[in-house]
Write a protein that binds this ligand. Sequence first.
Ligand SMILES: [Zn+2]
Length: 69
Amino acid sequence: MKCTKCGKDLVLPNRAYLNLETYKVGGSVMTASECCNTGYIIKMNVSYKTTEYTGDAKEDDWGVELRKS
Ligand SMILES: [Zn+2]
């Protein structure tokens, strides 16, 4: 996207993304852009995909016994 202040390609520091992924999944960070130091808020856009498990395991990742069909 373009920076709303200076009109150039928006450049945000990598540390902002790394911090978000490491410490604030589901939250947000506020960072100065590298193009002109305008403040931007970055939020992670998380999505989930769920499919039925059809393997041979007897229990789930928390030790809960799986129903046998
Ligand atoms: Zn800018």
